[in-house]
Design a protein around this ligand. Sequence first.
Ligand SMILES: Nc1ncnc2c1ncn2[C@@H]1O[C@H](COP(=O)(O)OP(=O)(O)OP(=O)(O)O)[C@@H](O)[C@H]1O
Length: 270
Amino acid sequence: MTQHQPGTGPAVPPDAAPAAATGPALAVHGLGLRIGGAQILHDVTLEVAPGEMVGVIGPNGAGKTTLFNLVSGVLRPTSGSVHLAGRDVTGDPVARRARAGLGRTFQTSSVFPRLDVLENVRLAAQTHLGHGLSVLRFPSRGDAATRRAVEHLTEVGLEHRLHVAAGDLSHGDKRKLEIAVLLATDPAVILLDEPMAGVSSADVPGLSEVIRRLHRSGRTVLMVEHHMDVVLGLVDRVAVMHHGELLACDTPEKVMSDPTVQSAYLGDVA
Ligand SMILES: Nc1ncnc2c1ncn2[C@@H]1O[C@H](COP(=O)(O)OP(=O)(O)OP(=O)(O)O)[C@@H](O)[C@H]1O
């Protein structure tokens, strides 16, 4: 098994924190968000170890997206902190967190539909390597960005679709492409925001396998996903949100046998 070493790519971001050998890759402590009179998120504490995959589940409105937005920097918490590899990034905007190694996919597709599959990933690789964001560069197969793009497209199983327009891919393949785009930026921690959203049931097993491979390659992943069977079959631990709080975080087996969690899903918890 290849162990991914975050930040060892050719272009190490100048403000990237050195990986803490023993500490969590991602830690949120006492995280809260209050908007007006409403406490949207309340005192969430969660740590994700390097190489660990944690799923975040919960009923609609539980606070999963809010947690992701606070971790990625889209929202600023009104209490608590976010640390990446031991570095406090609570006050950092999205771009700075991204440079520090936090990569995120979104619920809605974020690829360039008219560019082909290879170009989409090559652009991300080119930018990460410091070569700028231009489709007008004339890549050759030996080009570092192109090689990197092909490598990541192979990792997600799209190596046979390099010259298909991204807009012509199925939802499942678009999600794989988004993951390849993310990998091209060499993220230390990957946030997957509902990767199965809009994906046909026929595409779910293939996409699940891609996510499983991400995990097996040693990457650190935090994933929000509504498909419980998908989450429970993939992750090391599952965090259950309810009414803006973290109800439980443990192995899938322990969490699913927890009476509080069962009540939350049956709607019994106040
Ligand atoms: N900007 C905001 N202002 C007021 N309320 C908000 C705001 N953002 C989110 N909320 C509320 O906070 C709660 C949590 O929302 P959030 O979108 O995080 O839940 P979720 O678990 O991701 O739900 P879903 O599974 O439906 O996507 C919801 O009740 C939502 O209406």
